[in-house]
Design a protein around this ligand. Structure first.
Ligand SMILES: NC(=O)c1ccc[n+]([C@@H]2O[C@H](COP(=O)([O-])OP(=O)(O)OC[C@H]3O[C@@H](n4cnc5c(N)ncnc54)[C@H](OP(=O)(O)O)[C@@H]3O)[C@@H](O)[C@H]2O)c1
Length: 254
């Protein structure tokens, strides 16, 4: 992926990881459009990053996505990079939530159907560009689930799998397909902003920007803190990490 001269759409670009990436990519000489539900958050991010643009989007609402894509490509005809970053993470108690599936369904619509629908809507446009990229933000939890957030982890595992297939299908086209799988990072995602166990956001963004600038860009953008989870292959190691991670989060006390 080229690091300047792109026109980049970042969903969930008003906060956290999306906002961090949006700011850095703007500074490198890209046009950047951020999207999310909260207009005030978007406006605040744009005010802090002169030149950035914003557009309101609720990616959970499938029927508005094609219209949104048409609006973006009309106002930004040079759009050539899509970063599917918007996401939600909810704690679920599977034993007692049998009747209320609202959180689970919202998680699937936002984290999985959202990127699939937006990719489908923008792909015809991206395929016409000289060079284009789709970056899907998954998670280290795509590879080892955190049992307190089962549907979240399932959507990230599914998005990882979808990304692999998309990359394969795009292999002879101008569309490069990348996956960014963050470790636990200090953002508002699950009130982790002040959690010392999470990686500071500025350090994460700095490491990601360094990896992104490698040419050719690695197909999976993995900071050091997530490598181990990604590379677990032997089942006994996997089980040890799964047990250790879930015990450390003390899920029975939630
Ligand atoms: N932080 C971590 O530890 C971590 C680890 C692994 C992966 N990730 C992934 O990184 C991505 C960014 O998360 P973050 O940590 O930066 O958390 P965040 O600050 O909460 O960012 C999530 C963003 O998604 C947007 N969003 C949520 N639902 C949306 C919807 N229906 N339509 C449009 N936008 C929506 C939110 O904006 P609005 O609320 O204004 O819509 C927000 O800007 C997510 O995909 C997350 O799963 C994070």
């Amino acid at each position: 992926m080229q690091m300047s001269g792109n026109t980049i759409l970042i969903t969930g670009g008003g906060t956290g990881i999306g906002r961090g990436l949006a700011g850095e990519l703007l500074r490198l000489g890209n046009e950047v459009i951020i999207a999310g539900r909260r207009r005030e958050t978007l406006e605040e991010t744009v005010a802090a990053n002169p030149g950035m643009k914003a557009i309101v989007l609720d990616i959970e609402k499938g029927d508005g996505i094609r219209e949104f894509a048409a609006r973006v490509t009309t106002s930004m005809p040079r759009l050539n990079v899509l970063i599917n970053n918007a996401g939600i993470m909810r704690v679920e108690r599977l034993g007692t939530q049998q009747e209320d599936l609202a959180d689970m369904e919202a998680t699937i619509r936002t984290n999985l159907l959202g990127p699939i629908r937006l990719t489908a809507a923008l792909l015809p446009h991206l395929l016409k560009q000289q060079a284009a990229a789709i970056v899907n933000v998954t998670s280290g939890l795509a590879f080892v689930p955190l049992a307190m957030t089962p549907t979240y982890c399932a959507t990230k595992a599914a998005l990882h799998s979808y990304t692999e297939s998309l990359r394969y299908q795009m292999r002879n086209t101008p569309v490069e397909v990348l996956e960014l799988a963050p470790p636990y990072v200090q953002t508002e995602l699950l009130n982790g902003k002040d959690d010392p166990r999470a990686m500071p956001l500025v350090d994460f963004i700095a490491e990601v920007m360094e990896i992104l600038q490698q040419q050719p860009t690695p197909k999976e953008i993995l900071v050091k803190g997530v490598m181990e989870r990604r590379n677990l292959t032997a089942l006994d190691r996997y089980e040890k990490v799964f047990e250790g991670m879930n015990a450390a989060m003390n899920i029975d006390t939630l």
